[in-house]
Design a protein around this ligand. Structure first.
Ligand code: APR
Length: 386
């Protein structure tokens, strides 16, 4: 199996296949240091943890990650928590930074003798012969890998999706009418639970990463620049939007800030001849709800199961159903992420519907707060049970 990309999808797939006795080669565009320092997601669903458990790959995650089963909503100076773990039948999330998981998966793969070529951008994929061409970033030497199948785990900007004809790929996408300023700061968490705040200035979120580093999100206009957000402006906006009586925000140096393009994209087919698209190469989702990395790893798990059935049992039905199985989960997650955004985002100022929408949001929040079956629906989707 030729695997393009050493992100969560590529490395989960590579480890899983090696354990099944299916040999793999992984080609990654960037250096190991670069790949292991990219701070991105951090919320790991119980299903992802269970998969990593089954591969014996969850040791550090379980030792250093922190289980979470409750989150908080804030609006108009009020707050309430939803014990989503309990409501969803006892499941919980782990908070563990994506780059740590990538490091753990790379370590495990290399320790078992996996062939992982960092700094080898793939330049071409032949979907009929399953031949991959890559080039060493160090000396330009060409590397050609002949495989049975290719897994395109190269993210949204990779090359593998380009090998699928547009009419087969289909593609559904949505661009949201706001951006998110994503901030990573050297600041201890000011909360024990993830906080989602609805405010007339726009959404604010306080996410958790480690005891010394926290992630925050602030709704901002589309096309805004991170340069417009000084540290002082970031902390002032977070303080205002997240405010509830008696609560204090811990601050610290901002390490990273970027305006995210808030969009979603789903390919209609995730396979073409001998190529399978896995994770972000086939679908991207907004960060709302923390689903992106979990979907990527779930794709890898499904593909590994399909390949196992193909090689061990000579049965190709599961592999043939790979795309449909993954897309059903992907659309469920898209719907949830969209629901979260509708719940929490202030419509653009000047929009005639602003007040109407705001009142719908307040009604949703009040139902979440006081109607157990409504909260249970949220909990199941958030945790990823349904
Ligand atoms: N050749 C080889 N590798 C490539 C190429 C290429 N031409 N293009 C991209 N890559 C590599 C990237 O450098 C990256 O390491 O593919 C990897 C893709 O990893 P991710 O973008 O992390 O995608 P995926 O594994 O699907 O995980 C999705 O990561 O970005 C988050 O929000 C996203 O949480 C989601 C998760």
């Amino acid at each position: 199996m030729g695997i393009i990309g050493a992100g969560p999808a590529g490395l989960a797939l590579a480890n899983s296949l090696e354990q099944l006795g299916i040999s793999t080669v992984v080609l990654e565009k960037y250096s190991r240091a670069h790949v292991e320092s990219r701070a991105r997601a951090g919320l790991i669903e119980h299903r992802t943890v269970a998969f990593l458990d089954s591969l014996g790959l969850s040791g550090r995650l379980r030792a250093e990650g922190v289980p979470h089963a409750s989150c908080e909503f804030r609006y108009r100076g009020e707050s309430f928590s939803i014990p989503y773990g309990e409501l969803a039948g006892g499941y919980e999330h782990y908070v563990y930074p994506q780059q740590f998981l990538v490091r753990d998966l790379a370590d495990a793969y290399l320790e078992r003798g996996g062939r992982l070529y960092f700094s080898h951008p793939v330049t071409g994929v032949d979907v009929d012969s399953a031949v991959i061409s890559a080039q060493s970033a160090a000396d330009g030497a060409e590397l050609v890998v002949e495989c049975d199948f290719v897994a395109g785990c190269d993210g949204f900007h990779g090359v593998s999706r380009q090998a699928v004809p547009a009419e087969r790929l289909g593609a559904f996408s949505k661009r949201y009418e706001f951006g998110w300023l994503a901030v990573l700061a050297q600041a201890p968490p000011s909360t024990k639970e993830i906080v989602y705040a609805l405010h007339e200035d726009g959404f604010a979120g306080h996410m958790l990463r480690t005891p010394t580093v926290s992630r925050y999100y602030l709704q901002c206009p589309v096309g805004d620049s991170a340069d417009n957000w000084s540290d002082a402006r970031i902390w002032e906006a977070l303080e205002r939007r997240l405010a509830v009586p008696g609560w204090e925000l811990s601050t610290g140096p901002v390490i990273e800030k970027a305006v995210l393009d808030m969009r979603s994209y789903v390919a209609e087919r995730m396979d073409h001849r001998k190529l399978f698209l896995v994770g972000d190469s086939a679908h991207i989702i907004t960060p709302a709800g923390g689903k992106g990395m979990n979907l990527a790893i779930a794709d890898a798990q499904e593909l590994a199961a399909g390949l196992r059935a193909h090689y061990a049992d000579g049965e190709s039905g599961r592999l043939a159903g790979y795309s449909a199985t993954c897309l059903s989960r992907v659309w469920q997650a898209q719907e949830f992420s969209h629901w979260m955004l509708q719940l929490l985002h202030a419509p653009e100022p000047g929009s005639g519907e602003r007040e109407f929408m705001h009142r719908l949001q307040l009604s949703r929040l009040s139902q979440l707060r006081s109607v157990p079956s409504y909260a249970a629906m949220f909990a199941n989707s958030y945790v990823g049970v349904v």
